[in-house]
Write a protein that binds this ligand. Structure first.
Ligand SMILES: Cc1cc2nc3c(=O)[nH]c(=O)nc-3n(C[C@H](O)[C@H](O)[C@H](O)COP(=O)(O)OP(=O)(O)OC[C@H]3O[C@@H](n4cnc5c(N)ncnc54)[C@H](O)[C@@H]3O)c2cc1C
Length: 516
């Protein structure tokens, strides 16, 4: 590829830090006069949330509006709660101008791609909801390959095990790992497994086994093996070894397709109740109402609700809800969230159609997916661009990297060069790279979170339900957000009907109803 062709690659960074980020000059030289390659910015905003974190006190005016139900947070949890409460008196407040949270899609020239959540599972709560609103999620229909040491290995955990590019002993160790994992009784050993790190199980096998899970884990549950609960490690090992990944379904754009459709369905009738650009700074319960103050167009506004559904992640909820029991507040604060820069690399021609979700251990990214995989073979479908979505969860200690323009530039450049070095056919330059920053994107599945901490953090009070996918588990899943929101909607109706006992019972059942 010629130098002049490479000059036309554009780099776009999205996120709350107001700074641009041209691509690493060492990788893709950009001439000084290249105005056409100006950087555009957009994305998650947390300036006001940071003021809340830093103890800034916002004025709390008297309530100017009364509603039965306030829904705080417009990710898939908040939107699905609003959907389940159609026809009721609710108001949804979302800090971003757009809805969707971690299930949010963007487009390049009309082709959708995901900025986080990738796929769902057939017959899950989310799949049922998708069907109900008119979306038919399509099967991925292919187990995941691994690309390592210049070799593509299909069906990593079953047919591909013997073909992995490792020594005989290492392959034997992979096989022994699969045999041992299948002997685990997940239900019986749940509490024991959830009390220790995954590394306690992995120590008995070749380092390459841990190396593989150090790609898969951060991408799926935000944690490297030493921070991962052995329970989720064993759950997902069995899931892959049994081939349960064959139930995966999605459309282009990842799970952003569901939130986009929810907004389309709700907007015409309930548009006035869906408020974007509204950052909630305080939630104060009292005897017969909850006062919610939010900042909208730089003005603090207070709404009074009979009940509130907190669909924000707990690290935010803990800071904005007053009068939480200390034990519950501490449990919320104990929860950990991984920083994730999401990188979409756009090519003007097809370069890769071999696998949907491709695991690449030992690189700056963990895996990459093909955005339009499930529709790629549909008759008459001839996409102009190829969009590959790269997952690149960072360690918590690297969070600050996302704040610095220079660091983002270096990091994105590394992702591109690591990708280009995977296989010879990847030595192709993209036309555009997009990076979406989220500082606390994914709840980390750490020991104790699922069986213990979650139960305390998510316990409802008389008037406040604590939803969001981080009330479910064992990992952060959109379908858990939907399942919990279904319970939240029923809980709200029971509380409004003056039935606190059945409401509390229902909430408890939702927390203890495990998905597997
Ligand atoms: C990189 C990545 C990959 C993933 N892949 C998958 C996958 O393949 N499959 C899957 O099922 N799940 C996946 N997940 C998890 C999935 O995205 C989440 O479980 C789900 O989107 C969470 O939805 P939610 O509504 O519970 O929370 P969020 O999406 O976190 O929504 C919370 C909302 O609250 C808003 N908010 C925050 N603070 C305030 C405030 N003060 N006032 C008002 N609004 C506020 C936020 O802006 C946000 O819109 C992935 C997550 C990440 C990060």
């Amino acid at each position: 590829m010629s130098q002049s062709r490479r000059d036309f690659i554009k780099f776009v960074i999205a996120g709350s830090v107001a700074s641009g980020c041209p691509i690493d000059r060492a990788l893709i030289p950009i001439p000084a006069d290249a105005d056409s390659r100006a950087v555009s910015l957009e994305g998650e905003h947390f300036a006001i949330c940071h003021q809340v974190r830093d103890g800034h006190s916002f004025p709390k005016p008297g309530a100017s509006r009364k509603v039965d139900i306030a829904i705080i947070g417009g990710g898939i949890a908040g939107l699905s709660a609003a959907y389940f409460l159609r026809g009721k008196d609710w108001l949804l407040l979302e800090k971003e101008e757009h809805f969707g949270g971690n299930a949010y899609q963007e487009e390049f020239q009309g082709q959708p791609y995901s900025t986080a959540a990738a796929y769902d599972f057939r017959n899950s709560a989310c799949d049922h909801l998708a069907k109900e609103i008119g979306l038919h999620l399509l099967p991925i229909d292919m187990p995941d390959p691994t690309i390592d040491k210049g070799v593509y290995t299909p069906d990593t955990w079953r047919g591909g095990l013997s073909q992995l590019p490792y020594s005989k002993d290492t392959i034997a160790s992979f096989k022994k790992f699969t045999e041992d994992m299948m002997k685990i009784d997940l239900r019986k050993q749940m509490f024991e497994l959830d009390s220790k790190p995954f590394t306690d199980l992995l120590g008995a096998y070749a380092p390459e086994v841990t190396r593989w899970w150090d790609a898969y884990g951060p991408s799926n549950w935000g944690a490297f093996t030493e921070d991962t609960t052995a329970f989720i490690g064993a759950v997902d090992a069995q899931y892959l070894i049994k081939g349960d990944d064959s139930t995966r379904v999605i459309l282009p754009g990842g799970l952003g397709c569901v939130t986009k459709k929810l907004v389309e369905v709700l907007q015409p009738k309930y548009g006035e109740r869906l408020l974007g650009g509204a950052t909630v700074v305080s939630v104060v319960p009292d005897a017969d109402s909850v006062r919610i103050t939010y900042v909208h167009e730089d003005k603090p506004i207070t709404v009074s609700a009979k009940v509130a559904l907190m669909c924000t992640p707990k690290f935010i909820t803990a800071r904005i809800v007053s009068a939480l029991p200390n034990e519950q507040k501490q449990a919320m604060r104990r929860m950990r969230y991984a920083p994730v820069p999401m990188i979409n690399i756009i090519f003007d021609k097809q370069i890769y159609r071999k696998g949907y979700d491709n695991w690449c251990p030992g690189n700056s990214f963990t895996d990459f997916i093909v955005a339009d995989w499930t529709i790629r073979n549909q008759p008459g479908y001839h996409p102009k661009y190829e969009i590959l979505t790269f997952y690149s969860t960072l360690r918590e200690s690297q969070r600050a990297l996302l704040l610095e323009e220079e660091d983002c530039r270096t990091f994105a450049g590394k992702v591109l060069s690591d990708f280009q070095n995977l296989l010879p056919e990847f030595h192709v330059d993209p036309i555009e790279i997009r990076l979406y920053r989220r500082g606390h994107a994914m709840m980390m599945a750490v020991p104790g979170q699922f069986t213990q901490n979650r139960m305390i953090a998510s316990r409802p009070t008389d008037r406040i339900f604590f939803g969001n996918s981080d009330s479910g588990g064992p990992e952060s899943l959109s379908t858990e957000a939907v399942r919990i929101s279904h319970a939240a909607a029923e809980w709200a109706e029971l509380v409004l009907a003056g039935k606190p006992g059945p409401a509390a019972e229902l909430a408890h059942k939702a927390l203890t109803d495990f998905v597997f």
